[in-house]
Design a protein around this ligand. Sequence first.
Ligand code: OAD
Length: 249
Amino acid sequence: METRIQKAIEILSRSRLTVALTGAGISVESGIPPFRGPGSLWDKIDPMEFAHIDAFMKNPARVWEVLIGSMKTILDTARPNKGHLALAELEKRRLLATVITQNVDSLHQKAGSRDVIEFHGTFAKLTCLGCGHRTSSADITLTTLPPRCHCGGVYRPDCVFFGESIPLSALTRAQEFVSQCEVMLVVGTSATVQPAAMMPILAKQNNARIIEINPTPTPLTATSDLFLQGNAGPILTRLTEAIAIPAGP
Ligand code: OAD
């Protein structure tokens, strides 16, 4: 492991354009359960029944009750962990250009990351399906479900449900970085949900090096140049503390 860490430090130090792709695993150390694996969200509930746009449109009260309401309770109080803070620090030191995240929890921004591409949207904002009014998720209560706007319309979270497209601006920006980056740090994702899972594959096709951080191997691991097995917090902290200023052009 130590040799791999040293190799990662070397690759990151030399890179002129590094981007991160993060998934639910980076927020596990903040107390947010992942979607897959033991004790995960999709272990308890069927995503097709509760996280598909058709399910939401058919019965928003039920989806709010079972899925979105409980997410809100966890996300309202979740705090960024060392993994989020390490990525924010790398950006501050100009060693990381952006974080492409599949997460909707805003923890990268709360940690201080400025350039965050929210590939699956955000839970921080809700939009009224009636009049389009937007409000902060933190400002609404769960006393009556589904929560409604003053116009009577139902609020939906600004996250991507199954059956919906990736926001175009997020997809376009992510693809730009993917085509240009020299290194992609892939942190805490099962690399199973498309099109996010394609991003490291496309980066690799464009000659980028892939450094993957995860406690368990994923379908991406065989393609990754370096697999750092373990939790995001300690590994990212270790890399961030050791990394040097990149070499000039
Ligand atoms: P998953 O829940 O599928 O995968 C989480 C990954 O994090 C797994 O590979 C774990 O091994 C790893 N992991 C767990 N603890 C970790 C830790 N402390 N540090 C680092 N890694 C850890 O989450 P995603 O890949 O993000 O989509 O899932 C992708 C999408 O599937 C989500 O964005 C969501 C879901 O359905 C939508 O909501 C549209």
